[in-house]
Ligand binder design. Structure first.
Ligand code: KIV
Length: 289
């Protein structure tokens, strides 16, 4: 069943404010010319319709990341995230945006077995959400899947370096590439993803010099997170940059302290309810005089 239809009489979602033309995968790819990206690419994660509406005018791409497992569902990692979760949130973000390219993460277990499995999963995500691209984790081992999808109408974003779906192999979320052998492997992964046809790639949680080297060596735009200012663009998890969690990873800059502000608002509401100050005359229905 298509998830596109929206009943505007019952939903708070508003139709696209401007019938704009969305950013496309070829437009993102074309931002890097002769190894340089004049204007860095702006990407944030979004998981809900309303957040997509708020972020859309400011972003080139919105990523429905499988980080929603932890951020929205309180799961311990991205491993248990399902196709159903990704499709439901992907469709909501597409409904809430009109300008940015929306990319949806392929969840763990939905693409690694074979290029055919990757196509089945990616095509389902695209049909059910209306997104314009998918993202999958992995380097050399995933190159055949990236090539298979890219040649069959599915724009792919690669993801190398710290790949959270591999947390059980990596042993944690520490930055990667401190040792030469691992650094070389990450660069080889990025090259393989590039050669396979990814239109851009995320490089996450690596030593700064590795990210700088990758950005200089691959032809596709490199979107950094915990990487380097030399990348062709940057992405952050929206809840991290808004200060929704007490713990802030080193690579995150908090642009707000929403956790405190939401707590303050809830405290004021609770005080007013208990004191019978809410609702007041302004918030109650009375016969018209
Ligand atoms: O799942 C996610 O949010 C991501 C970003 C951190 C790049 O993959």
């Amino acid at each position: 069943m298509s998830t596109f239809t929206m009943d505007t009489s019952t939903s708070r979602a508003t139709p696209a404010p401007v019938p704009g033309k969305r950013v496309t995968a070829p437009l993102i790819r074309a931002r890097k010319v002769d190894g340089k990206t004049a204007q860095p690419i702006v990407m944030l994660t979004a998981y809900t319709m309303r957040m997509a509406q708020l972020l859309d005018p400011h972003c080139d791409m919105l990523l429905v990341g499988d980080s929603l497992g932890q951020v929205i569902y309180g799961l311990p990692s991205t491993i248990p995230v399902t196709m159903e979760m990704m499709c439901a949130h992907g469709a909501a973000v597409v409904r809430g945006s009109w300008h940015a390219l929306v990319a949806v993460d392929m969840p763990f277990g939905s693409y690694e077995a074979s290029p055919g499995q990757a196509f089945e999963s990616a095509s389902r995500i695209m049909k059910e959400t209306g997104c314009a691209a998918v993202k999958l984790e992995g380097g050399e081992a995933m190159a055949p899947a990236i090539e298979f999808l890219s040649q069959r109408g599915i724009p792919v974003i690669g993801h190398v370096g710290l790949t959270p779906q591999a947390v059980n192999v990596l042993g944690g979320y520490a930055a990667r590439g401190r040792e030469e052998r691992e650094a070389e492997k990450i660069v080889a992964d990025a090259r393989a993803v590039d050669a396979a046809g990814a239109f851009c790639m995320v490089v996450e949680g690596v030593m700064e010099e590795i990210a700088t080297l990758i950005a200089a060596q691959v032809s596709a735009p490199v979107i950094g997170i915990g990487a380097s200012a030399d990348c062709d663009g940057q992405v952050l998890v929206i809840d991290d940059m808004l200060g929704m969690f007490e713990r802030t990873p080193r690579f995150v800059k908090r642009y707000d302290d929403l956790a405190t502000r939401i707590g303050d608002a809830a405290r004021s509401y609770a005080e007013e309810v208990r004191a019978r100050r809410f609702p007041s005359a302004d918030q109650t229905y009375r016969p018209k005089s």
